[in-house]
Design a protein around this ligand. Structure first.
Ligand code: BJW
Length: 224
């Protein structure tokens, strides 16, 4: 594997998807812990479902930006020598044309059954109480990874990091693990590391190189 690219909320910011921790970010009115934990869902599933239903509708109305398109061009060139690992639950990488995308924190477009775990396309709003097609259970949850849950694809990510020559992180604050630790894993195993971010992050000191600026400008410059 030549290149592993980790993306965070910053890559979708210029598409109009709010980030989590920047000023004006998603969690200003809502603390992340209020809506992104299994405990919050258990206590008040309707609020959590409403929150994700609103985000699903809002993401459907925005478009990929030049940063997503640049990564899709890179995949066209590198094929399976590139893996994009995204923490984002939007589908903007796919809508830009990327196919090798691993959604480690899940996807807004999928629902998961709270009884049998079956994953299926989210049938519009989860608050409308659709039933699980596999077992009939009426309580579906967004197929996203909350604090305290194990992210998706960690074995595949570990294998990719172990074999990659270059690791890059785009638009992530480095505040959430295990993703924040990928740079250290990759570096320890010999990869060159690059960070592209609007501002310095919690993990900036760990990268060989950091370029600061908006992703829509930096990523096409870096790729082309
Ligand atoms: C731009 C830009 C522009 C803006 N251009 N850039 C200590 C050590 C290790 C772990 C822990 C620990 N203490 C607690 C933990 C566990 C916990 C954790 O990390 N907590 C932290 C608060 C410390 N982690 C977990 O619980 C994870 N699971 C886990 O650890 O399982 C155990 C396990 C692991 C491994 C093996 C076996 C067992 C799960 C974490 C789940 C995170 N879930 C969320 C919600 C997902 C659903 C949803 O979207 O609602 O994921 S929280 C939220 O944060 C979301 C994001 O993916 C994630 C990261 O945020 P991101 O993308 O970095 O966004 P921001 O807003 O923080 O930053 C934006 C960045 O963009 C900034 O840097 C800007 O500068 C930049 N930017 N505009 C370029 N135009």
């Amino acid at each position: 594997m030549r290149l592993v690219v980790l993306t965070g909320a910053g890559i979708s910011a210029e598409s109009g998807v709010p980030t989590f921790r920047d000023a004006g970010g998603l969690w200003e009115g809502h603390r992340v812990e209020d809506v992104a934990t299994p405990e919050a869902f258990e206590l008040d599933p309707a609020t959590v479902q409403r929150f994700y239903d609103a985000r699903r509708r809002s993401v459907a109305s925005v478009a990929p930006n030049p940063a997503h398109h640049a990564l899709a061009r890179l995949e066209a060139e590198l094929g399976d020598e590139l893996l994009v690992v995204t923490q984002n639950i939007d589908d903007l990488h796919e809508r830009a044309g990327s196919r090798r995308v691993l959604h480690m924190h899940g996807e807004l477009g999928l629902a998961r059954c709270t009884a049998c775990g079956d994953r299926s396309p989210a049938p519009g709003d989860l608050l409308d109480e659709p039933a699980c097609t596999a077992c009939g259970e009426r309580m579906l949850r967004p197929d996203v990874v909350w604090f305290g849950e194990v992210p998706y694809g960690l074995d595949e990510i570990d294998a990719a990091l172990a074999g990659c020559a270059h690791f890059a992180a785009i638009g992530t604050s480095g505040a959430v693990y295990p993703a924040a630790g990928f740079v250290l894993t990759a570096a320890a195993l010999g990869a060159r590391t690059t960070e592209l971010n609007l501002a310095e992050s919690e993990i900036t000191p760990f990268f060989d190189e950091t370029r600061l600026g908006p992703a829509s400008v930096l990523v096409p410059e870096w790729v082309d």
